[in-house]
Design a binder for this molecule. Sequence first.
Ligand code: C2E
Ligand code: CA
Ligand code: CA
Length: 737
Amino acid sequence: MDGMFTDDSSAIEITTGGNAAPRYLTTENSPRLLLVDDEPRLLSSLCALLKDRGYQMLTAACGAETIELLNKLQFDLVLLDLRLPDIGGHEIMDFINAKGIDTKVIVLSGDTGIEAAIGALKRGAYDYLRKPYTREELLKTIDNALQQRRLESENRSIASRLESSEKLYRYLVDSSPDIIYTLDQEGRFTFVNDRVQQLLGYGPKDLVGRHYSVLVHDEDIERARYVFNERRVGERASRNVELRLKSLTGSDQERTFDNTLMTISFNSMGMYSLGKEVVDRKFFGTYGVARDISDRKRAEELISYQAYHDILTDLPNRILFKDRLGLAVIQARRNTSELAVMFVDLDRFKLVNDTLGHVKGDELLQQVAERLRNCLRRGDTLARIGGDEFTVVLPELRDRQDAEIIADKFLDSLRQPFTLDSKEVHISASIGIAVYPSDGESIDELLRHADVAMYNVKAQGKNAHSFYESSMLDASYQKVALEQSLRRALEQGELEMYYQPQVDVLTGEIVGAEGLMRWNHPERGLLTAGEFLPFAEENGLMVPISDWMLGALCRDLLQWNAAGGESIQLSLNISPHYLEHGGFYDKICGTLTRFGVSPSQIEIEITENVCIRNPQYAIEQLNKLCQLGVSIAIDDFGTGYSSLSYLHRFPVHTVKIDQSFVKEIQRENGHFPVILAIISIASGLGLKLVAEGVETKVQAHYLEKSGCKTMQGFLYYKPLSHTQFLELLREKRAISA
Ligand code: C2E
Ligand code: CA
Ligand code: CA
């Protein structure tokens, strides 16, 4: 061994790097050559020849050394002498092949036999140069061998890059959340990714070769055909269509098809061979992506369901109702038939809601909806259009009686008490009916007239039904208008407190006055409380109105006192709703304090009904007021349910004999046991007595004779405006002074 490579250790340094820098490396990528010859002279001349060409070179002088180097290092090219002292060139090449060592071999041999050459080439030698060779011949062969090796390795890396990129794309396609497929021009699958298995239950192999229509839901076949025949080029080549696909569930072997339908949005575009001109392009298939939008579809369905239904009762809402009514009207017009629209409004639902709470109120509505629904035929529509308001359309009416029968069924179905929290609750409904075409030809007119008829039922005492009549229009319109203007009245200060004096018949003194509300109606003049407060009660206006009342009363009272009326007690009427409404005590107490009014000058009038609705709370509130010094009177005594029982449950100071009993007294020496009983109870319990609605001397006389000394009624005074009342006080003072 001589030349550039002298010992093993230097060769080993190439691979390990070692501590010292490798001495024989030129550049990292320069070709590595192994020169093998047992003749030192030839080896060194070879080295000299190749020296300046930028190769990394090692030399070996025998077969064993060659094999050792081949084992340790990688070479791009071996220049191999065939005849070596120990192991021959052919054997070395066998070794190379057996070990799969990747290198080129050029055999240099003095052997002139063709055998040796064939042996070398058979074993994969790149070339065979017979010694003596020319310098050019050798250099050219080396160049070619190295060039080929470079090409081969480039090819290899391209191939491996291709392979991994193919793997990548395959992976991307198969793990796509969408079904990706191609179809041939007959519409048969040529490719489907793996996702189809998961989404539809078909293996891709089952589908390839089959027509796409095996997957498409029967009703969508037409649309599918249209979009799959898409063959246009350019921008308009892709299309979207929503299709339902059949899904295969259950065992594949059994081939049982449970056709679960999925909605799929398709994006398919014609696939074209790469012709240069658009006109040259031949359609040969379709590429498509199918995305599973079933969840979105379901969500959309739910949203649209919710847009058209009442969540509480699951009934159609106003929008859907109007839609159905519209269709029914069109149909009735076409068939010249009749149809009925009903307006069903629950009676006193508000009371239930206020007493039992909204949750129970909702439960009641659900139960009511269920009962009403059970009274209807298919094709009829029941809707809930507001709080306790239901509407019905009965298409194809044979005659009006049909509607009447249904309305009766409704009322009947509500008669059985409802159970809420193991409490029995009774509720009824008022039903108005309008019939197409006689009561209206448009949706709105029919609904409005059914509503008018319903209001009419309410006004007539509720719990019944009524057909619309044009004469109803005036009265009910007035009521609707009244409700609206009542809200306005409160805002614009049209309400006013009037005062009706209570007279001590023995002294003739005014000992008290009852505050009574009046409405200065801009068109209809002065309205008494009885004419508008029931509406306020029904429409939830009682709370704001009562709030206003408290303030007005206190303000006026301060002026009475200034006019010398400190000894007069002011009675005020409290609506049961207000008393039951949370914070009643706080409101009264707060108002009295704010105005500096003494509680002892105030008397609260409550009716007996207050105590049957929510006795616990009412009694608690009233007790607190009593402790404050406010007196309590029972209004309309004897007309309510539980006259006596509660007299012991909280402190009552006064009993007001109801006007209906007073009215009975028409003869001077008659006998009126109810009045006598009330008077004896009151005096037995040490209560004050006030007779209400005293209009005649006969009445006054009888009452006085029987033991009632305080009177209120037209015989003495009508309710007076605040100004009139102040005048009266001043007059009285002037007289007594
Ligand atoms: P009420 O408490 O029984 O009031 C007595 C009603 O009888 C008053 O009617 C009064 O004007 C009327 N009246 C008085 N003297 C006579 C008479 O000699 N003959 C006849 N026929 N009637 C007489 P009004 O003012 O229409 O009040 C009706 C009801 O409205 C009251 O009945 C009371 O329950 C309620 N109310 C009146 N004002 C208020 C108020 O400010 N707040 C509340 N919450 N309710 C009120
Ligand atoms: Ca009263
Ligand atoms: Ca009364």
